[in-house]
Every structure is written in C-alpha cells, then in structure tokens.
Design a protein around this ligand. Structure first.
Ligand code: PLP
Length: 391
C-alpha cells in the first residue's frame, strides 16, 4: 500500500481481521438487551465444540482464565509442582502460582520450539501433578510421548493451545487430544473476541466443574437467573471466580469462528510465501512444519544466523522498523524474568536451547489482512536488511 505522497504505509506487526459480519453481530447483541453471558455465549460454545470436535467447550473471559480453571479442575493445589516450558508467555506459568503450586520450568526443542519431552522425566518428583505443553506459534507439540509419559507417571496434561486454532496432530484436532485444552481469543490470536478464552474437554465432570467455577461457584444455570427462563434461587457451592464471557464478546467470536478456516488458509499462504522468499538466505533459518501435524501459523518466527551478521537481532529489528515493518520477539523465556529469578531461583544459562532461540528470534507480521504486496515488501526488507548487515 502506498500513501498519496508515494511513501510506503507502515505494515504493523498485527491487525485483527474484523469484517462487517462481526460488527453486525455485535450491534445486534447491543440491541438485544442482553449483554453479559447468555444465548450468544451458548451458541459460541456449541459452535466451538463442533469445530474442534470436542465433547464440551466452556467459554471464559481470557485464555489465562481457561488455563487457571483447567488446572483447578484437575485439583492442582498448594505445594504441587507443574512442569511447563520456559519458552512461553507469562500466562502459562502464573496460573500455576494462582493455585499455590510451583511452576517447574524446562527447555524446548531447537526444531519446533516446543517443550523437549526428554527433559521432563528427570524433573518429576512425588509432588509433580501436571504437565502443560504449549503449542508454540501454532505448531503442535509431539503429543504421543508426552501422553505416554504422563500416563506412566500418573500426571495430568493440560494443553496451552493459545496459538493453535486450528492445528492438528496425527489427524486429530488440537482441543481433542488430552483431557483439557485452553484456547485464547486475545486481540492478536488466530480468532479474537477482544479478550476471551475457551476450555475444551471430553470429560463431563471437568466440564461441570469449570462451568461452576467460572461463575462464582454458583449452582446450576445461574447465569440464566435474570431471564424469563431463569429462577432467582441459587446456591454457592464453592469459592469460584468471575471468569464468564460476555455475549458481546461471544458475538464477535461467533463470526470469527465462522471465518476461522479462511483466516487460517491466508496465514498458511503467507507462511509459504515467506518460506519461499527466505529460502537460500544464509543469514536466516525459516520455521519448520513438523510432519506429524499441521501448523496453525499464529506466529512466523524467523531465526537469524547471527554468525553471518555484523549486527545483532536488535539491529535487524531497528532496520525493519525504519523500513516501516512492525516485528516482535517471541518469547523472552520465563526463567530470564525477575520474578522467576527471585522467587524460583532460576538464572541465565539454565535452559540454553530456549536462550539461543530467544536471542536469534524475530516474529514477522502474519495476518489475513496483509496483501501479497505487503508480504513481498516484508520479504524484500528482511533480505535487504540482512544483506546490509552481513559480516
Ligand atoms: C496469549 C497467551 C495466553 C493467554 O491468553 P490471554 O487470552 O491473553 O489470557 C496463554 N498462553 C500463551 C502461550 C499465550 O500466547
């Protein structure tokens, strides 16, 4: 896209894809007189369960809430240990601490950036209760070895699928593999409700526990109590949370979910264009798609071959910024953050694979609203930048 004076318009790192259908559904909800959890949330849950093929889908107001409730449902509590990758976002670890349990970090694989299953076993103690695999960037983890290990050692598996809609593992949709999977609908995620999340599960007991705990631990269909079908009576069965999704947000979600396959196809096309555009460029390594599944392409993480460059990753980011290209870095490993160093005793050097990926990683824009010309401009800018910075 060019502006009138001939200068390039900036390509931001991310733009949500909101169409007229989303706007109309939200407006209709505003006019309906029902704003909070109601019929739109129920419809969004049914559609989501059908889309991934899960028995239950419970909508909540963030991906973090989805993870928290999933851990709560399996009974994670004070003193327990939960194993998760250091190479992830803050949410994956903080939910463990919400429940008084300890996040135990481990390293990731250099090819997929996902948790390295071979590092899990030595970390298991009598206090270990669960593993949280994260499908980084939308690339599914190799789940079979994780599920086998969990089964052998009596551990729960809760998948962090914030990036992985839609993704498949050995022909199965992510959301149907382990007992509990958490999705996020944050503004930058594959589909968005502004803020929102979903838990999928095959188990009726987990589903009813999560439903109850997402709304103050109230009995029955308490969300319904102000409608003509509802009743004023309820009982407080547990100390629950205020995690219910609004109908306003679900209205967005319903229309985003309808377009999910199309949004995914465009992201996949952009990933292919990037892969072609960067093939043969010695200064960078393109992301690999594992042959056991399909990648949701939420993020396109390019790795720099720093040995060939005079400048570091930050110079590349600065130069792309000057070319009008927005980028980001995924992720600053958890063990490099002050709270994990002060409270959990981690330090630099603990997880060399994640540190190496972090130092070399740049996330490029990958969202359906990008035109082919936008993608071409990103490729050209990256190639020119890497060429200019060569050693
Ligand atoms: C975004 C994200 C979450 C949390 O989702 P929110 O909806 O923002 O609470 C959890 N895990 C990962 C890996 C994420 O990227």
């Amino acid at each position: 896209m060019n502006t009138e004076d001939g200068r390039y318009q900036r390509i931001p790192f991310h733009l949500p894809s909101i169409g007229e259908e989303e706007i109309a559904e939200v407006v209709e909800t505003l006019r309906s007189g029902w704003l909070t959890t109601g019929p739109k949330v129920r419809r969004f849950e049914e559609m989501f369960a059908a889309y991934v093929g899960a028995r239950h889908a419970i909508a909540v107001n963030s991906g973090t809430a989805a993870l928290h409730l999933a851990l709560e449902a399996v009974g994670i509590g004070p003193g327990d240990e939960v194993i998760l990758p250091t190479y992830t976002f803050a949410a994956t670890g903080e939910v463990v601490a919400y429940l008084g349990a300890h996040p135990v970090l481990t390293d990731c694989r250099p090819d997929t950036f996902n948790i390295d299953v071979t590092t899990i076993e030595p970390l298991i103690t009598p206090k270990t209760k669960a593993i949280i695999p994260v499908h980084i960037a939308g690339q599914p983890c190799d789940m079979d070895p994780i599920m086998e290990l969990a089964k052998a050692r009596g551990l729960h598996v809760i998948e962090d699928a914030a990036h992985a809609l839609p993704a498949t593992y050995k022909g199965k949709m992510v959301g149907t593999i382990s007992d509990l999977t958490a999705f996020s609908f944050y503004a930058t995620k594959p589909i968005t409700t502004g803020e929102g999340g979903m838990v999928t599960t095959e188990r009726d007991d987990y589903a009813s526990r999560i439903k109850r705990m997402s709304l103050h631990g109230l009995s029955g269909d308490a969300w319904n109590r102000y409608s003509d079908k509802g009743h004023w009576y309820y009982e407080i069965l547990d100390f629950g949370f205020k995690y219910n999704l609004t109908d306003l947000a679900a209205a967005l979600g319903i229309q985003q979910l309808r377009r999910s396959d199309d949004l995914y196809k465009r992201r996949r096309e952009i990933a292919r264009m990037y892969n072609e555009g960067f093939s043969g460029v010695e200064a960078c390594v393109i992301p690999q798609e594992a042959d056991y599944g399909t990648h949701a392409w939420h993020l396109y993480i390019l790795q720099l071959n720093l040995a060939t460059l005079a400048g570091g990753r930050n110079e590349v980011i600065r130069s792309l910024g000057e070319h009008g290209i927005g980028t980001s870095v995924h992720f600053i490993p958890l063990h490099l953050h002050p709270v994990y160093q002060k409270r959990c005793g981690y330090s630099w050097g603990a997880f060399p694979v994640s540190e190496r990926i972090f130092e070399r990683a740049i996330s490029l824009p990958i969202y359906p609203g990008m035109t082919d010309a936008d993608v071409g401009r990103v490729i050209e800018s990256v190639r020119n930048t890497l060429h200019a910075l060569r050693r």
